[in-house]
Design a protein around this ligand. Structure first.
Ligand code: KIV
Ligand code: ZN
Length: 512
């Protein structure tokens, strides 16, 4: 059996199922490009039948992103499989991933189908998908709550029908590492044909065991792990890619395996996914959280100063974390800024570079030291901002312990008209959002508001990301940065508003 562990990244599919983590077309493409730099083996780019936007993004990723196999998800239905194939047919290495539930609880209550009908449907779907491409992955959804004898029969037949990867999902994150490892071993030993296919696992984190279960599966014969950057995903998320990658690397003596990953790209991939999805990385997140390399107690600090390895098992350098602490200043020229942007993975046209450089200088004037993370936040803000219907022209807020918060806002509409409004609110940010709502004439629902400092210090850039929707329709993420947190909030709100206007095709002159 090979010692290579194939890394299947589902950040753009299962990861994007995280509540509030919607990505638009350009953002999906940028994440896919970065996953290719990280050198994952497979990118699960999406579920093409789910919406025209999803289909378009998967198709473009297939056309543009080279290196990893590009995989599309489909239910065991001909229409889903047709759509998956149409979306990935231009990929260098296309893969269709079909799934159908195999547990009694899912078959009885969700599918309302008996087990034999499900088995037949699965086999027919694999045969159907096989007409399009040789690389077919099959997943029995909720495998860990399925009858094992049924799984044996089902998987033997889907392998015979042409599946080349068999993926065992712990869909509801219910397994324990020992149980899951033993299940993987039994499946490998008892199913004829299993030696011809790649055995894969897909673990959810409902009990906080997704990474432990994935590692247990590897020890018992799994050679593909499905995982997501920052562990994002449905409910409590999926196994975190960075945790699996670093555990395999640091514990080589225990796991005699290797991956094709470029570990140096982990830090940047994590930040990019966090910024674009608006899902912050918890401070204490293993491997990638800001506290993962911070030492607080005196005894620990003393130990680390004397010899780093006393309390540090992971060097930030291993995952590309040190580079992010590089500092630029107002004296850094265009060339230096361009060079750092390229290191961050952004290739800009001359004109874009000029605009970004001007914004960089404005920021460098306000902050003494500009970190690479600041530059990255500026670049993301600039490159992924929605085509503006409204732009901020003027903002003034009043707040204090004894005054009613008031905001005055003037926006420039894309037809050139200047519109000014004033509103009160529970605080200056709420007042500013109310004033924007009055101008747009829309009833915007704000689900989530997050503010974080991009770097350290009192002059740090504030980064706001928020989730917004119109009358409970599709939720989008708006982003904005500024050294002034009220302005960062207004920028994020306007970014979100412009995206909502675009996707809903709302005529801004006509209130809803
Ligand atoms: O969790 C799950 O079962 C899935 C399947 C589609 C693989 O995401
Ligand atoms: Zn899943």
């Amino acid at each position: 059996m090979s010692n290579k562990i194939y890394i299947f990244d589902s950040t753009l599919r299962d990861g994007e199922q995280t509540p509030g983590a919607r990505l638009n077309f350009d953002e999906k493409l940028e994440v896919a490009r970065q996953l290719a730099r990280l050198k994952v083996d497979v990118i699960e780019a999406g579920f093409p039948i789910s919406s025209p936007g999803e289909f378009k993004a998967v198709r473009e990723i297939s056309r543009q992103v080279k290196g990893p196999a590009i995989c599309a998800l489909a239910r065991c239905l001909p229409g889903d499989i047709d759509s998956a194939w149409e979306a990935i047919k231009d990929a260098e290495h296309p893969r269709i991933h079909v799934f159908l539930a195999s547990s009694p609880i899912h078959m009885r209550y969700k599918l309302k189908q008996d087990p034999e009908a499900c088995l037949h449907q699965a086999v027919e779907a694999v045969k159907y998908a096989k007409k399009f491409t040789s690389d077919i992955e099959y997943s029995p959804e909720d495998a860990t709550r399925s009858d094992e004898q049924y799984l044996y029969r089902l998987l033997e037949q889907v392998i015979e029908a042409g599946a080349t990867v068999i993926n065992i999902p712990d869909t509801v994150g219910y397994a324990l590492p020992e149980e899951f490892g033993a299940l993987i071993r039994r499946l490998r030993e008892n199913i004829p044909g299993m030696e011809r296919v790649t055995l894969s696992v897909h673990c959810h984190n409902d009990l906080g065991l997704a990474v432990a279960n994935s590692l247990a599966a590897i020890e018992n014969g799994a050679r593909q792990v499905e995982c997501n950057i920052n562990g994002i995903g449905e409910r409590a998320g999926n196994a975190a890619l960075e945790e699996i990658a670093v555990a395999l690397y640091l514990k080589k003596s225990h796991y005699p395996f290797y991956t094709g990953l470029n570990l140096q790209e982990i830090y940047r991939t994590s930040r990019l996914v966090s910024k674009l999805t608006g899902i912050p990385v918890p401070m204490n997140k293993a491997v990638i959280g800001v506290n993962a390399f911070a030492h607080s107690s005196g005894i620990h600090q003393d130990g680390v100063l004397k010899h780093k390895e006393t309390y540090e098992i992971i060097d930030a350098e291993l995952i590309g974390g040190k580079a992010a602490q590089m500092i630029l200043t107002a004296r850094s020229g265009r060339h230096a800024v361009k060079h750092q942007l390229e290191r961050l993975g952004f290739t800009l046209e001359e004109e874009q570079l000029e605009t970004l450089y001007t914004r960089y200088l404005e920021l460098a004037d306000k902050k003494k030291e500009v970190y690479l993370e600041d530059l990255e936040a500026l670049a993301i803000d600039f490159l992924f901002a929605a085509e503006p219907t409204y732009r901020l022209d003027y903002l003034q807020t009043v707040s204090g312990s004894k005054s009613i918060p008031v905001a005055v806002i003037r926006l420039i509409r894309d037809d050139g008209e200047l519109i000014e409004e004033m509103a009160v609110g529970s605080g200056p940010i709420d007042a500013a959002f109310n004033a924007i709502n009055k101008i747009a004439g829309l009833d915007i629902l704000l689900d989530n508001y997050r503010l974080r400092a991009v770097t350290r210090g009192r002059d740090a850039l504030g980064e706001v990301s928020l989730n917004m929707s119109l009358s409970k329709q599709k939720t989008i993420t708006g982003r904005g940065t500024s050294t002034d947190i009220v302005e960062a909030s207004v920028k994020a709100y306007l970014d979100g508003l412009n995206k909502l206007l675009k996707i809903n095709g709302v005529n801004h002159n006509q209130p809803e």
